[in-house]
Design a protein. Structure first.
Lengths: 458, 224
C-alpha cells in the first residue's frame, strides 16, 4: 500500500470522459478489488502491478463497452467495419446491411448502418445496397439519413419473425408476402449488445443490484439516465443497459453535471438517524445484502455493520430484515395503530396518488405513511391485527417506480409469509392485503379503496 | 455454520400444551440468527403471531421473548434463569444443541424446539444456504480437490460418481449438483485430476455416528 492516499473528484472504471475541470483517475475493471465508503469519500482498492494500492474518490463512473455477439458466426459486425472496408476488391458485390436480426438493435446501430449505406452509394452509386430491418430506430439525424438513403435508392426491406435467414456461408434468404430474395454479397450485421465484461464482479464490489439482463442499472424511473442505486456511482455504456448507445452525449453531460453538483456538497437524504447496535449485530450481512442502495458496510474496528449516512436513502429495509433487531431509527414508533381499517402507504406512490385524487380516497381510514413499504416488519402486521378486528392494507409501488428498487418485492415477501402463517393457524389471511400502485394511479387507488372498504365493511 | 429453519408455525402450535398459561420464546444470537431462523426478529414475530392465535381461541396466554448470544454456553443463559423459571414452557429457537443445553440447565422445565437444525452449510445467496459438511469427524477434503464427497454427493460415494449423474446433476433431484461433477471440475481446474485416480479404501465411519455418541477434550485444558 502507498503511504498517503490520493483523492480524486472522479474515478473511472473503464473509459474516462473528456473533462478538464475534474481531477480524475482511470482504473481497469479487472484491477478493482474493493470499494468502501460513500459518495464524497469512496476508497477503491485495486491491484497495481505487484501490490494492492488504494485511491480515494468523491464519485465513481463505470463506463465499459458492451460485449457484442454476432447473430451469425463469421459475418462482419456493423461496429467493426472501418473506412477501408468499402474500398476492398469485391466492391462490385451488393452490400447487405442487416439490423434487428434476432433482437432489436439500438438506434446508434441504425445510425451506423444508414451512414454505411450512404457511404457505399456515394462511392459507387450503381452498387446495390440492401438494408433489412424490423424497426428503424431514430436518434440525432437518423430520420434525415434514412430519407437520404431512400433517395439514393438504398433498398429497404422490413423483416419480421421467420422472414429473414442468414445461412452459415453468408447467404441471405428473404421471404415476405410476394417478395422472395436469395442474396449474397458483402454482409454486415448489427451485433447483439450484451452487458460489459466484469459487471457481475463490479456489482458485488459496489454492492448494487443488477437488472434481469445483467446490466448494472435496473429498469426504474428513479435511475434514469445514468444513476445506479448507490449515490455517487454512475453507470454508462455497456454497464448501464442495452440502449445506452442512443443518448451517449446527453448521458455523459448529465453524469458530469451530477458529479460537479456533488462536489459542491452532498446532504443526507433524511433527518432520521439510523444506527446499528454493535453489541447486538451478528455480522450476518443480511442488511448489506438487502440494502438496495449499497449503503452498508462492515465497521472493521467494531466488527459490526454500519450504515453510511450519505449513502442511506432511508427505506428502512435493513431494519425490517435484521435478524437481531440491531438496527434502529430515531423516528421509529413501536406502538401500532389499532383501528379497524388501517392502511400503510408508501410516500412515493400511494401518498402521491392520494394527493392527486379528486376527493380523499382514504377518508375514514387510519393511514400510516412510510418512506418505503419495506419498513413493515412481520411483527407490525400481527400487532395491528391483534389490536383490532379489522383489516390491514399495505400499498406499495410497482417495480419500475419503486424508489428503493427492491423495497416493494421485499415487502410483498414479508406479507406473503405472514399470510401463509396466519392460514396455518386457521386465522384469516384475507385480513392482510397488499397492492401495488404508481403515483399516477389516482383513479385506480380510489376504485381499489372503494372496493376494499366495501369488502371490509361487509 | 450450523444452519436452521424455523419450524412450521402449525407444528409449533401443536406441540404446546393445551393448558399453557405462559410461554417464553428464546432466540439464539449466533448461528440460527445468521441463518435467519431463530434470532430476535423471528422470536418477536412468533410471539406476536402466537398472541394473535391465542386471542382468537379466547385463551389468555402470556408470551414473552428474549434473545441471548448463545444458548449452548452456560454463561449466556444464566441471565435468563429467572425469566425461564417464571414461564410454564420455553420454546427455544436455537439449534438442537441449544435446546438440549437449556434442558440440561433446567431439568424441571419443558423446553421445546422451535427450529429444525438442518445442516452445516454456507450462505449461497440472500436467504439461501447449501449443505457443505456432514461433521463426519475425519476430514478428507485434501483428497478431493476441496469438495466433500461425503456431504455433497447424495450417496456419500468416495470412488467416483454413480450412474445417476447426468449433465452435472444428481439423480436424487435435478436441483442438486452432482458432487462428483463438482469434484472432477475443481480437480481439473487446480491440476489434481491424477489424485482422483487412486482407489480410496472404505471410509472409517467410527469417527461419525457409527462410533456412538461423540465427545472430545482439548488436551491443553487437561492434566494427565
Amino acid at each position: 500500500m502507498s503511504g498517503s492516499i490520493a483523492h480524486y473528484d472522479v474515478a473511472y472504471i473503464g473509459q474516462a470522459l473528456k473533462e478538464n475541470e475534474l481531477s480524475q483517475v482511470t482504473l481497469p475493471a479487472s484491477s478493482l478489488t474493493e470499494c468502501r465508503g460513500e459518495i464524497g469519500n469512496f476508497t477503491l482498492s485495486y491491484q497495481a502491478e505487484e501490490e494492492l494500492d488504494q485511491i480515494q474518490t468523491s464519485n465513481v463512473v463505470i463506463n465499459l463497452p458492451h460485449q457484442e455477439e454476432l447473430p451469425v458466426e463469421g459475418c462482419l459486425s456493423l461496429t467493426g467495419v472501418g473506412d477501408e472496408f468499402l474500398a476492398e476488391a469485391d466492391g462490385d458485390k451488393p452490400l447487405i446491411i442487416i439490423q434487428d436480426y434476432q433482437e432489436l438493435s439500438a438506434a446508434a446501430l441504425s445510425q451506423r448502418g444508414l451512414k454505411l449505406a450512404l457511404q457505399a452509394k456515394s462511392e459507387d452509386p450503381a452498387r446495390e445496397v440492401y438494408y433489412f430491418y424490423q424497426a428503424m430506430r431514430f436518434m440525432d439525424d437518423n430520420d434525415e439519413l434514412y430519407e437520404e438513403a431512400r433517395r439514393q435508392e438504398v433498398i429497404f426491406l422490413k423483416h419480421d419473425l421467420g422472414e429473414l435467414e442468414i445461412s452459415q456461408d453468408g447467404e441471405v434468404f428473404y421471404s415476405r408476402e410476394d417478395i422472395e430474395l436469395n442474396l449474397s454479397g458483402k454482409l454486415v450485421v448489427a451485433p447483439e449488445l450484451k452487458p460489459a465484461a466484469e459487471v457481475e464482479r463490479l456489482a458485488r464490489i459496489f454492492n448494487i443490484t443488477r437488472g434481469p439482463e445483467g446490466y448494472l442499472q435496473v429498469d426504474n424511473v428513479y435511475l434514469q439516465p445514468t444513476l445506479s442505486g448507490k449515490r455517487g456511482l454512475y453507470v454508462l455504456g455497456g454497464a448501464r443497459g442495452p440502449n445506452a448507445l442512443t443518448y451517449q452525449q446527453e448521458e455523459r453531460e448529465y453524469t458530469l453535471q451530477e458529479i460537479k453538483r456533488n462536489l459542491i456538497g452532498v446532504e443526507e437524504l433524511d433527518e432520521e438517524e439510523r444506527s446499528v447496535d454493535d453489541q447486538k449485530c451478528v455480522v450476518c450481512y443480511t442488511c448489506y445484502r438487502v440494502c438496495p442502495h449499497g449503503a452498508i458496510q462492515r465497521d472493521e474496528e467494531l466488527n459490526s455493520m454500519q450504515i453510511m449516512p450519505l449513502a442511506c436513502q432511508s427505506c428502512n429495509l435493513c431494519i425490517s430484515r435484521c435478524p437481531m433487531g440491531a438496527i434502529t431509527r430515531s423516528g421509529e414508533i413501536e406502538e401500532q395503530p389499532q383501528s379497524d381499517r388501517q392502511v400503510i402507504i408508501c410516500e412515493n406512490s400511494a401518498a402521491l396518488a392520494r394527493e392527486k385524487a379528486d376527493s380523499d380516497p382514504m377518508a375514514g381510514l387510519e393511514v400510516t405513511e412510510v418512506p418505503c413499504v419495506s419498513t413493515v416488519k412481520k411483527e407490525h402486521i400481527y400487532q395491528r391485527l391483534a389490536g383490532s378486528e379489522g383489516d390491514l392494507l399495505i400499498l406499495g409501488c410497482i417495480s419500475e417506480a419503486c424508489k428503493h428498487l427492491t423495497g416493494h418485492d421485499r415487502c410483498e415477501q414479508v406479507v406473503s409469509s405472514a399470510k401463509s402463517d396466519l392460514e396455518k393457524l386457521d386465522l384469516d389471511p384475507e385480513r392482510v392485503n397488499y397492492q401495488r400502485l404508481s403515483p399516477r394511479m389516482a383513479a385506480d387507488l380510489s376504485a381499489y379503496l372503494a372496493d376494499w372498504k366495501g369488502e371490509v365493511l361487509q | 455454520m450450523i444452519v436452521g429453519k424455523l419450524k412450521d408455525v402449525a407444528e409449533i402450535k401443536d406441540m404446546l400444551p393445551e393448558d399453557l398459561e405462559s410461554l417464553f420464546i428464546i432466540g439464539c444470537g449466533t448461528c440460527v440468527s445468521v441463518s435467519l431462523a431463530g434470532g430476535e426478529r423471528e422470536a418477536k414475530s412468533l410471539r406476536d403471531l402466537l398472541e394473535l392465535y391465542f386471542r382468537s381461541q379466547g385463551r389468555d396466554v402470556k408470551v414473552n421473548t428474549a434473545t441471548i448470544k448463545r444458548q449452548c454456553d452456560d454463561e449466556f443463559i444464566d441471565s435468563e434463569e429467572l425469566a425461564i423459571s417464571e414461564h410454564d414452557v420455553v420454546l427455544s429457537l436455537a439449534c438442537g444443541v441449544g435446546v438440549q443445553h437449556l434442558g440440561i440447565k433446567h431439568p424441571g422445565k419443558m423446553i421445546l424446539p422451535g427450529v429444525n437444525t438442518t445442516f452445516y452449510g454456507r450462505n449461497s445467496d440472500v436467504g439461501e444456504w447449501e449443505e457443505m459438511c456432514l461433521g463426519c469427524g475425519d476430514c478428507i477434503l485434501d483428497d478431493f480437490a476441496g469438495v466433500c464427497p461425503v456431504a455433497r454427493c447424495s450417496k456419500s460415494l468416495i470412488n467416483g460418481p454413480c450412474g445417476g449423474s447426468q449433465d452435472g446433476k444428481c439423480e436424487v433431484d435435478d436441483e442438486i449438483d452432482c458432487g462428483w461433477d463438482l469434484i472432477y471440475n475443481r480437480a481439473k481446474e487446480i491440476g489434481q485430476l491424477d489424485r482422483l485416480l487412486s482407489y480410496e479404501g472404505p471410509k472409517d465411519w467410527s469417527t461419525y455416528r457409527d462410533g456412538g455418541v461423540r465427545s472430545h477434550k482439548n488436551p491443553e485444558f487437561f492434566s494427565e
